[in-house]
Design a protein around this ligand. Sequence first.
Ligand code: GLV
Length: 327
Amino acid sequence: MSTSSPHILVTEPIPQAVVSYLQNTGEVTVAQKGAYQSEEQLLQDLPKYDALLCMLSTPVTEKVLNKAKNLKIVANFAVGYDNIDVKAANKLGIKVANTPNVLTEACGDYAMGLLLALSRKFKEAEQYLRDGKFTGWEPLGFLGMELRGRTLGIIGMGRIGQAFAQRARAFGMNIIYHNRSPIDPKKEKALDAEYFNDHKELARRSDVLSLNCPLTEETHHLVDRELLKIMPQHALLINISRGAVIDEAVLAEALHDEIIGGAALDVFEEEPKVHPKLLSAPNTLLLPHIASATHKTREAIGMLAAEAITSVLQGKPDDEIPNLISR
Ligand code: GLV
């Protein structure tokens, strides 16, 4: 391997414009779909590379990092980075970057879309039509929850939480939120949002509860049996954050037992597996982790990750490397 041209591993096919950009910096290997979803393959291959552009499904563990002797940077093709052991990377002097900002609007749109689809029963109604059961307009058919005047509780009021809140305000919803700390008062005022220090009280007051927080030790299984019982029986749950923020087995039971009104889930505890009881749960929308999936956003995510890689490989100082994460 030549020392003059760094080797860059991209763990899934990504937009071509991003690959072309990276090719100006080094020799780029783009893996086939699904090639690096386990530690084994990474342990074997990563030691050959100087930079890693990985997915949220790539397990960049301490064990993997310890073996990656040439690695200088891990750039995640995502804003969430719970797949990377950042502490271990920092200790080894390996930089880590993520991709905030560029996916905020796509995710805000998507959360609103999930809420509309769930509250107005798009999936069930369409299936009914396709099954040939639509025999005429029915005054009592597919009655859903009207959003105006209802309360949206947001757990995790970062950029994406705020983007969702902004849209929900336009639909006449009241916004309450829980966060590590209250957001900037100006932003709070613009959204007419009320802060709740206690997430349980927030859940009690929410007609719709939306998870927009990162997955951390504190948020793991934040939605558990107790919280589901606290939620109003008609309440809808939306999750576009990470699957493990919810105890999936408990949620599946709660949906079957009609403890809550429904759920729209874009993320799962053990992707790509989906809990079998969720698959048969009523009033449940299940989608394959596509909140940021627009052409524009996915290219922007890739470019941001690629810029971080290029900056590190060119030896730029930390303050010139976009979105570095340290722990
Ligand atoms: C997607 O889930 C992301 O974290 O960007």
